[in-house]
Ligand binder design. Structure first.
Ligand code: DGL
Length: 281
């Protein structure tokens, strides 16, 4: 008789555990679901500790390791995706040392923005924690030293994305205010690309697009992460069976607040068969 975790690993479809503080990582799931057919997603939202953007680094290090140790033990994923810039810019190397599976992090896409800007000015829209992280300073120093980088941190926008996913209205004038610093007339050069450096923000992409005074190219990490996951499955020699439609698990450490609108949004993001679990720890 096999131990139950080995048994579980042998019988289930190729599995990715996707982690965030709330619903933001679902924007990464959307890309995974469209590029990696046959993958089963275990989505873990640590919303009992939401938002991460306002928590101390010590708290987050301990909390994230604690939650993920339990979830990875239970689900034995092939790959872990930290679908949260606020967490990835802090704990990626700790997690890689702690777990014996590939850990893919989502960090602000400064590099592609800096490589493709026409004006030489890019924006970074993220949580207040991410815009201040040493990891982000390093990304800017390594890839965008030739650019003006305007950083805007907003926890309000994170909350707005959470509400929108449950059917809430998005207030355009609030969005315009949040984005104002990118369009300040005193900037040396006009911003032409804005990096969505928080996984919650692509969920509001169409609303953000309506609130800029000039056309902007928005850059997020979703498709790059999905391609990376495909590459990791290849390197692990795990074939994806595109004919199966796995049952995904969407798990919350707190209350799911899963109303009708939430189910609809999940379907729009590409989830077909899924179960929602709440208060998981
Ligand atoms: N979705 C998360 C990110 O990418 C953070 C949101 C939060 O503050 O909890 O940074």
């Amino acid at each position: 008789m096999l131990p139950s975790s080995i048994n579980e690993a042998a019988q289930r479809p190729p599995t990715v555990l996707v982690f965030d503080s709330g619903v933001g990582g679902l924007s990464i799931c959307q890309s995974i679901l469209s590029h990696c057919l046959g993958v089963r997603i275990i989505y873990v939202a640590d919303n009992a500790s939401f938002p991460y953007g306002t928590k101390s680094e010590d708290y987050l290090r301990h909390r994230i390791a604690t939650v993920l140790r339990v979830q990875c033990e239970q689900y034995q994923p092939d790959i872990l995706v930290i679908a949260c810039n606020t967490a990835s810019t802090l704990v990626l190397s700790d997690l890689r040392g702690m777990l014996n599976i590939p850990v893919v992090g989502v960090v602000p896409a400064i590099k592609p923005a800096a490589e493709s800007t026409q004006t030489g000015a890019i924006g970074l829209l993220a949580t207040s924690a991410t815009v201040q992280r040493h990891y982000t300073d390093q990304l800017v120093a390594d890839f965008a030293a030739h650019c003006d980088v305007i950083r805007v941190g907003s926890s309000r926008l994170v909350e707005m994305a959470e509400q929108y996913l449950r059917g809430g209205e998005v207030n355009n004038s609030e969005l315009t205010d949040i984005l104002a610093a990118f369009f300040c007339p005193t900037l040396n050069r006009p911003v032409d690309k804005i990096v969505l450096g928080c996984t919650h923000f692509p969920l509001l992409r169409s609303q953000l697009e309506r609130c800029t005074p000039q056309p902007i190219v928005w850059i997020d990490s979703g498709n790059a992460i999905a391609k990376r996951i495909k590459g990791v499955f290849d390197s692990l020699d795990i074939a994806l069976d595109v004919s199966i439609a796995p049952i995904h698990h969407i798990r919350f450490t707190g209350a799911a607040k899963a109303n009708e609108a939430f189910y609809q949004r999940l379907t729009q993001l590409g989830f077909q068969n899924f179960e929602i679990e709440e208060q998981i720890s």
